[in-house]
Design a protein around this ligand. Structure first.
Ligand code: F6R
Length: 368
């Protein structure tokens, strides 16, 4: 049932183009209009939403961090993202017009479940984004957007994360459509970009052998850092989590802009640093990222750079470059996370670890 792959995780990474396509299926028409009837909230209710709180744990939380950038930009509704176990115990401000979005692959994560129970007691509306039909979190929510990743067996979430991103994008665009924001004219072009993502992920998967070669080179690493900015920051966090979980080595993700406020002290000769470079564009993000990379490189780090094809501004600061297909800044995480998943899977394999069942971890965490 692993279809010739050594691990479920590797199989699931390669299933991502299909998982994205399935998660988009039937949710938009050819003109770019979104159909998300499953939200089961009236357009009036959706227009009344004055705050969104996304709550989740682990990898699902990182999907929520990406979602915040997209949802706020597209809808102008204030959006917070909070770890479910923190949210539940801090007396958050919730009203009838708060939309709480709970993201969970398994639908059984106890921390997330307690968070939504608390939210509903306070009369907030709860929308679940979930991959498991009929599981507890969607059953206890007001509505659900199912991701169609198919069963995820590897303990480390890959296609689950990917389809959570897709569901979050759909939700953000749908809210923008219903509320008729300034951004309205651009919805169709983002939908079009979403539809092109499976092919882009396929393109990144085509570089697997180079990523595996890198893992071979970095087998002795004791610590690995990941840097990103904007929507690339959660990608950095996710890359680090995957390494901790699977390779049991120290790994940390940072917002690149935060480096000079402390973490740059960690940089030493030969330290592997992955950099998720935002697409070059009108804003200053890309250039700021490059100047951060310059600082890190100058201190002798080994620079592994994920940058858009044609972005030659990175060439001078990279030891290894993986090329990402062209994408908007908000959608870049979809392609950018793939090399990091492949890298963690391969490094753990080379180290002789059980990739599908890492030590001390369970697929669904049903205790708080
Ligand atoms: C990471 C991982 C965990 C889960 C987290 C939430 O690879 O699998 O961090 O993402 O435990 O699980 P769900 O999404 O099932 O609520």
């Amino acid at each position: 049932e692993k279809d010739g792959y050594d691990w479920f995780m590797r199989k699931e990474i390669f299933e991502q183009p299909r998982a994205i396509a399935d998660s988009l299926l039937g949710r938009h028409d050819d003109s770019g209009k979104l159909q998300l009837d499953e939200i089961r909230m009236s357009e009036d209710e959706l227009r009344d939403v004055d705050k969104i709180i996304i709550t989740a744990c682990g990898t699902a939380f990182y999907a929520g961090l990406v979602a915040k950038y997209a949802i706020e930009h597209w809808t102008r509704i204030p959006c917070e993202v909070e770890l479910a176990h923190e949210f539940r115990y801090r007396d958050p401000i919730l009203t009838r017009d708060t939309l709480v979005v709970a993201i969970s692959q398994s639908g059984e994560t106890a921390d997330t479940l307690m968070a939504i129970r608390h939210a509903r007691e306070q009369r907030a509306k709860v929308l679940a984004i979930c991959n498991t039909n009929g599981s507890t979190i969607p059953r206890e929510s007001d509505a659900v957007i199912y991701t169609h990743a198919g069963p995820e067996i590897g303990v480390a979430s890959t296609k689950g994360f990917m389809t959570q991103l897709i569901a979050c994008y759909l939700l953000g665009l749908y809210l923008a459509q219903v509320r008729g924001t300034r951004f309205g004219d651009e919805i169709a072009s983002v939908v079009d970009e979403l539809a092109g993502l499976p092919a882009k992920v396929e393109q990144v998967l085509g570089q697997a052998d180079q990523i595996y070669a890198l893992a071979q080179d970095l087998q002795d690493a004791r610590s690995v850092l990941f840097l990103g900015r904007h929507a690339g920051f959660p990608v950095a966090l996710e890359g680090a989590l995957k390494l901790k979980e699977l390779a049991y080595i120290h790994a940390e993700g940072f917002a690149a802009g935060e480096l000079k406020h402390g973490p740059i002290a960690l940089i030493e000769e030969g330290l592997p640093v992955f950099c998720v470079v935002p697409p070059p564009g009108r804003d200053l993000l890309h250039d700021k990222m490059i100047s951060g990379m310059q600082e890190v490189r100058a201190r002798g780090a080994r620079m592994i750079v994920l940058a858009e094809e044609g972005d030659d501004a990175v060439d001078d600061y990279a030891d290894v470059i993986f090329r990402l297909p062209k994408a908007s800044t908000l959608l870049q995480p979809v392609a950018a996370v793939v090399p990091l998943q492949l890298f963690a899977c391969e490094l753990a394999t080379l180290m002789g670890h059980d990739v599908d069942q890492p030590r001390n971890l369970a697929k669904s965490v049903t205790v708080e």
